[in-house]
Ligand binder design. Structure first.
Ligand SMILES: Cc1cc2nc3c(=O)[nH]c(=O)nc-3n(C[C@H](O)[C@H](O)[C@H](O)COP(=O)(O)OP(=O)(O)OC[C@H]3O[C@@H](n4cnc5c(N)ncnc54)[C@H](O)[C@@H]3O)c2cc1C
Length: 447
C-alpha cells in the first residue's frame, strides 16, 4: 500500500487526506497546531461558539457544498439582511456589483457612495484595452474611474483578500470581469428573483466542516491525523521522502504540502528550489477578527444594530480602522438563536501593507473596533464580551501574474515524482477553490 504524508490539516490538507484514503492510500496528516481546520476555527464569545475565521463558503461553486454533503452536514444560508458600505460618513446600501464593478449605474447613483464627479466619470465609460493580466483596480478604474475603485472595489476585495485592488490579479481573483468589462456594452443579466443563495455555511459554524473532515479521517483504517507535529524539513530518498518533525522522522512514498506559501517555500527549498523561489514571492496579508457579544436589551443596542443590515464594508480611502463588520446575528439565523438575547457581531482589521494597524495589544483592537462601530451606527453600549483572533499572514495575495506563477510552481513540483502542493496560495483563497486545489493535487499524485 502506498503511504502518503500530508502536511497541514486545514481544509486543503484534510480534503487531500480524505481523497487519498478513498484512493486506497495509507495516510498520515501532520499538523503543527493542536487542532484541525487552519483558518476554519471556532471561538467562544459570552459562551456562544461561533466562527473566528472563515464564516461562509460560496454556494455557487460545487466543491464546498459537495464536500459538506459527503460528510452528511446540513447547510444553512444567510438571511435576507444586506450589507452596507460605510463611506462618505454614512452607511449606504451596497449596489449590485461584480466584486465592486457596478452592474447598474442608476442603482449605484441612488446609494450616494460616489461623489457627483465620481458618478459622472463612471457614466462616461471607457472600454479598457487589456493585454494579458491586469489588476482588478486598473481594469475597473479604466472603465469607470478611480472613485469606483476606491469606494467599491477596494472594500469588496478587501473583505475577501485584505489586499489592494490595484495589485490583485483579475485573472486569478475575478476572471469573469475581463470578459465583462472589455466589451463595448457591459451585458448584465437582470437579477433573478429565486436565484440560489450566493453563500452557504453549516449550522453552528463553518469550522464544523473541517471538524467533520478530521473525524471522518480518524475513523478510517490506515489513516492518522497527528497534531502538534510541525514539519521542519523534507528530503528525498531513493524510494520516496523523509519528513522531519520535532519527535522524529517519518517516511512515505508520496508527499502533499498543504501549507501556506511561506512554510511551503521553506520546506521546498532543497526539494524543488524553483517552486520555493516562486512561493516566496506570494505575499500574505495579516488580519484580525474581533468578535463581540452585546445584550440586545441594553439601551440603544437594538436601535443601532438590529436594522436589517448584515454589516458593512469600509473603503480604505475613508481612513477608518476597521475594514469590515459582519453582524453575524443578523446574517445567520443560527447565530441569533444560539445567542439567546445576545447580539454577536465581528469586526475585521488589517489589510496588506497596513500591518501597523495590528501591532497593538488586543485591547486596542477592541477599542478601535468599538470606536468605529459607535461612529458608524451610534452604538454606545459596552459589550458583554469580546474575543480577538489574529491571523498573521492569513490571506495570500493573488497579485497580477499569479496564474502564471502557479503554473511555474506546479511545473517545478511535477519534476519531483510523488510530490504535490495545494492550499489557498494557488487557485484562490475561498474554501471551494482551496478544496479544488486539494482535489487537483491528489489527481496529479494518483494518476
Ligand atoms: C479571517 C479570515 C476569514 C476568512 N473568511 C472566509 C470566508 O468566509 N469564506 C471563504 O471561502 N474563505 C475565507 N477565508 C479564506 C479561507 O478560510 C482560507 O483560504 C482557507 O481556509 C485556507 O485553507 P488551507 O488549507 O489552504 O490553509 P490553512 O487553513 O492555513 O491550513 C494550513 C494548515 O497547515 C498548518 N501548518 C503550517 N505549517 C506547517 C508545518 N510546517 N507543519 C505542519 N503543519 C503546518 C497550519 O497550522 C494550518 O492548520 C478566510 C480567511 C481568513 C484568514
Amino acid at each position: 500500500m502506498s503511504r502518503t504524508i500530508v502536511v497541514g490539516a486545514g481544509v486543503a490538507g484534510l480534503t487531500a487526506g480524505r481523497d487519498l484514503a478513498e484512493a486506497g492510500h495509507e495516510v498520515l496528516v501532520l499538523e503543527a497546531t493542536d487542532r484541525p481546520g487552519g483558518k476554519l476555527r471556532s471561538g467562544e464569545v459570552a459562551g456562544v461558539r461561533v466562527d473566528v475565521g472563515a464564516e461562509a463558503m460560496l454556494n455557487r461553486r460545487p466543491e464546498g457544498i459537495a464536500l459538506a454533503g459527503d460528510l452528511d452536514l446540513p447547510l444553512t444560508y444567510p438571511t435576507s439582511a444586506t450589507s452596507r458600505v460605510w463611506t462618505r460618513d454614512a452607511l449606504r446600501a451596497l449596489p449590485r456589483t461584480l466584486m465592486g464593478a457596478p452592474l447598474d449605474l442608476d442603482d449605484l447613483a441612488r446609494t450616494g457612495i460616489l461623489s457627483a464627479e465620481g458618478l459622472d466619470r463612471a457614466r462616461h465609460q471607457i472600454v479598457p484595452q487589456v493585454d494579458g493580466d491586469v489588476s482588478v483596480g486598473d481594469l475597473v478604474g479604466q472603465r469607470y474611474g478611480a472613485e469606483v475603485v476606491d469606494r467599491l472595489v477596494e472594500p469588496l476585495l478587501g473583505g475577501v483578500y485584505a489586499g489592494q485592488a490595484r495589485r490583485i490579479s483579475t485573472r486569478a481573483a475575478v476572471p469573469q470581469l475581463l470578459d465583462l468589462l472589455t466589451r463595448e456594452q457591459v451585458d448584465v443579466p437582470p437579477p433573478v428573483a429565486d436565484a440560489p443563495p450566493v453563500f452557504a455555511s453549516v449550522p453552528g459554524g463553518m469550522w464544523r466542516l473541517t471538524d467533520a473532515l478530521a473525524a471522518d479521517l480518524q475513523r478510517r483504517d490506515g489513516v492518522e491525523v497527528r497534531y502538534d507535529a510541525t514539519v521542519t524539513a523534507v528530503r528525498r530518498t531513493a524510494s520516496g521522502f523523509v519528513v522531519t518533525t520535532p519527535t522524529g522522522e517519518e517516511t512515505c512514498d508520496r508527499l502533499v504540502l498543504a501549507t501556506p506559501a511561506a512554510p511551503s517555500a521553506r520546506l521546498l527549498a532543497e526539494l524543488a528550489p524553483a517552486a520555493a523561489t516562486e512561493l516566496e514571492q506570494v505575499a500574505a496579508a495579516s488580519v484580525a477578527v474581533v468578535t463581540f457579544a452585546f445584550h440586545s436589551d441594553d439601551p440603544g443596542v437594538a436601535e443601532a444594530l438590529d436594522t436589517g443590515a448584515s454589516g458593512f464594508l469600509v473603503p480604505p480611502v475613508d481612513g477608518r480602522r476597521v475594514k469590515a463588520s459582519t453582524f453575524s446575528f443578523a446574517k445567520w439565523d443560527w447565530v441569533r438563536d444560539a445567542g439567546e438575547g445576545l447580539l454577536v457581531l465581528r469586526t475585521s482589521l488589517g489589510r496588506f501593507g497596513e500591518e501597523d494597524t495590528l501591532q497593538v495589544p488586543d485591547e486596542a483592537l477592541v477599542a478601535a473596533s468599538l470606536a468605529d462601530l459607535e461612529t458608524a451606527t451610534g452604538l454606545t453600549a459596552a459589550p458583554v464580551d469580546a474575543v480577538v483572533q489574529r491571523w498573521g499572514g492569513g490571506l495570500p495575495q493573488l497579485w497580477v501574474g499569479h496564474v502564471d506563477r502557479v503554473a511555474r510552481i506546479r511545473a517545478a513540483v511535477a519534476q519531483v515524482p510523488g510530490l504535490a502542493v495545494c492550499g489557498a496560495a494557488y487557485d484562490g483563497v475561498g474554501i471551494p477553490a482551496t478544496i479544488g486545489s486539494a482535489r487537483r493535487a491528489v489527481t496529479d499524485l494518483v494518476v
